[in-house]
Design a protein around this ligand. Structure first.
Ligand code: SF4
Length: 446
C-alpha cells in the first residue's frame, strides 16, 4: 500500500518563497508517519515547499488541516478525489467543524489520531473507510506517539526541533481554537517517552509545541528535572499562572527554558473577564509576574489580542507602550480571529457581526484582514493599528531599546544571539506575512 502524507500551505504566491518564519517542521505529519506500519510505503509532500504531483500513484492520501489552511487543504483533497484516490483528513479543523471537513474527505479523524490510525489504514485497505473516526477528549496519558522525523529529510525547515510533551489545555478562553477543539482536556506523554524523544533529536534548540506546557505543574517539574542533564535550550507556550509557583519557575530555568510564550491578551480587566481569562491577573499584576521570569533569565514572547467590545484605539496604544516598557523579547499584537467552534464565533454570528462567516473559505482573504465588526473602531482601523504595532515593535530602534535587558534578553552570548536572530526573523516575517493569501494560489502580490 502507498500512503501520501500532505501538509497544506496557508496559500501560495507563485514564484515567491513561502514565509520563512512559518516553515517549522510539520510535527503532526511526523506523528502520523510514526504510527504507520513499516510495510506501508510513505511519501510526504509539504505544500509550503513542494509541488504536489497529483498523478503519482498512491492508494491513500492523508492531510492535516487547520482553519487557516482549510481552503487549500480542500482544494488538494478534491484534486485527489477527482482521480479516484481516497482522502482522510484530521487536525484541528477536523475537530472544530468535522461536518465541513468531511465534505472533502472520504474519512475524517475527529480528535487524536493515535487510537484510530490503525483502523483507518485497515479500512482503507479493505475499501471500507468510515465517514468519521472519533476519539473522545479526555484527560490521561498520551501514548503510542513516536514521530518519524525521517520525513523531514531534504526539506529546509527552521533549525528548531519540535517536540510534543502534552496536548490540550485545562482552560477555556472564549476565543481559543485549542479550547474549542480539546474542551479543556489535557493529555501528557510519560516522562520517559519525552526524555527519550529529546535524546533522539540532534539539535540543541527545542520547541515544545504544547498548547500549555505547564498544564500539570507536578509532572512539568518532573520533566524539567529529567531533561536538565541533556543540556538543551528550549522554548514553549505556557499560561501566566506558572508565576504563582516559584519552584516551578526554578525548574523551568534550570532545565534550559530560554523563552516562553505567554498570552497576556489585554491590560483591561473587563476585557480579560469577557474572554474568560480574569485568572491572568488573579494572583499578581503583570509586572510582578514578568519580573519573576526575568530574574531567572527566561525571556518572554508576549501575545496580545484586540477587538473585544471594550477595546479602544487608546487601549492598543497603551498596550504597545507597556510591551516596549517591559522589553519583551518578542510580542504579537493580534486582532481577534473568530475561529469556528469557539464561543466567540458563535456569539459574533448570533449578533450578525461576522463580516464573512466562512472567512477561511472565501477567495481574496489575506493574513491581517479582520473578519468581524468591532464595536469601538472599524475593522480596517483595528487591522491597521495591529499592523502598525507589529512594524514599530520590530523597528531597529525598538529592537535596540529592548536589547538593553541584561537579565534576560541579552544575558550572555546565547540569549543575545537568540534575541537578535528571533527579532530579525520576526521583522522580516511581518512584512512578508501581511497580505499573504488565505487559501488561494495567486500569481503575484496585490
Ligand atoms: S490558556 Fe491559552 S491555550 Fe489555554 S485556552 Fe486559554 S488561550 Fe487557549
Amino acid at each position: 500500500m502507498k500512503l501520501t502524507l500532505i501538509y497544506p500551505s496557508m496559500g501560495k504566491i507563485l514564484n515567491e518563497k513561502y514565509v520563512k518564519s512559518w516553515q517549522m517542521q510539520p510535527l503532526s505529519i511526523a506523528v502520523i508517519a510514526g504510527l504507520t506500519p513499516n510495510d506501508i510505503d510513505i511519501t510526504f509532500y509539504d505544500d509550503r515547499l513542494d509541488e504536489i504531483p497529483y498523478d503519482d500513484p498512491t492508494d491513500l492520501v492523508a492531510i492535516s488541516v487547520e482553519t487557516y489552511t482549510a481552503k487549500r487543504a480542500y482544494t488538494i483533497a478534491d484534486e485527489y478525489r477527482k482521480r479516484g484516490i481516497p482522502v482522510v483528513m484530521g487536525g484541528m479543523q477536523a475537530s472544530l467543524i468535522p461536518e465541513e471537513v468531511s465534505q472533502h474527505a472520504d474519512a475524517t479523524v475527529v480528535g487524536d489520531a493515535e487510537p484510530v490510525w490503525q483502523d483507518v489504514l485497515e479500512d482503507a485497505k479493505n475499501n471500507q473507510l468510515q465517514t468519521y473516526y472519533r476519539t473522545p477528549r479526555k484527560n490521561g496519558l498520551l501514548t503510542h506517539t513516536r514521530p518519524d522525523r525521517t520525513i523531514y529529510q531534504d526539506k529546509n525547515y527552521l533549525s528548531l526541533e519540535l517536540i510534543e510533551a502534552g496536548r490540550g489545555c485545562p482552560f477555556a478562553c472564549d476565543f481559543c481554537a485549542i479550547a474549542g477543539s480539546y474542551h479543556q482536556s489535557y493529555r501528557m506523554k510519560t516522562i520517559d517517552d519525552i526524555v527519550n524523544e529529546v535524546g533522539r533529536v540532534d539539535g540543541k534548540n527545542l520547541f515544545f509545541v504544547d498548547d500549555n506546557f505547564i498544564s500539570k505543574s507536578r509532572q512539568t517539574k518532573e520533566l524539567c528535572h529529567a531533561i536538565a542533564p541533556l543540556n538543551k535550550k528550549w522554548f514553549s507556550h505556557g499560561s501566566i499562572n506558572m508565576t504563582n509557583d516559584d519552584e516551578l519557575l526554578d525548574c523551568l530555568a534550570k532545565s534550559g527554558c530560554a523563552n516562553i510564550l505567554i498570552g497576556f491578551e489585554s491590560l483591561n480587566p473587563k476585557v480579560l473577564q469577557a474572554m474568560g481569562k480574569s485568572w491572568n491577573i488573579a494572583k499578581r499584576d503583570y509586572s510582578e509576574a514578568i519580573q519573576k521570569l526575568r530574574d531567572r533569565g527566561i525571556t518572554i514572547y508576549a501575545t496580545f489580542v484586540f477587538g473585544y467590545d471594550d477595546d479602544t484605539e487608546d487601549d492598543i496604544k497603551r498596550t504597545f507602550e507597556f510591551a516596549v516598557e517591559q522589553k519583551f523579547c518578542m510580542a504579537a499584537f493580534n486582532h481577534l480571529v473568530p475561529f469556528p467552534g469557539t464561543p466567540l464565533y458563535d456569539r459574533l454570528k448570533k449578533d450578525d457581526r461576522l463580516i464573512n462567516d466562512k472567512w477561511w473559505l472565501t477567495s481574496g482573504q489575506t493574513f491581517g484582514d479582520v473578519f468581524f465588526k468591532p464595536t469601538k473602531m472599524s475593522a480596517e482601523t483595528l487591522a491597521q493599528r495591529c499592523y502598525e504595532c507589529r512594524q514599530e515593535y520590530y523597528s531597529y530602534h525598538s529592537i535596540f531599546k529592548r536589547s538593553l535587558d541584561f537579565k534576560a534578553n541579552c544575558n550572555g552570548w546565547y540569549q543575545s544571539l537568540i534575541y537578535f536572530i528571533t527579532n530579525h526573523v520576526s521583522r522580516k516575517g511581518i512584512l512578508q506575512r501581511q497580505g499573504w493569501p488565505i487559501g488561494d494560489l495567486i500569481g503575484s502580490v496585490g
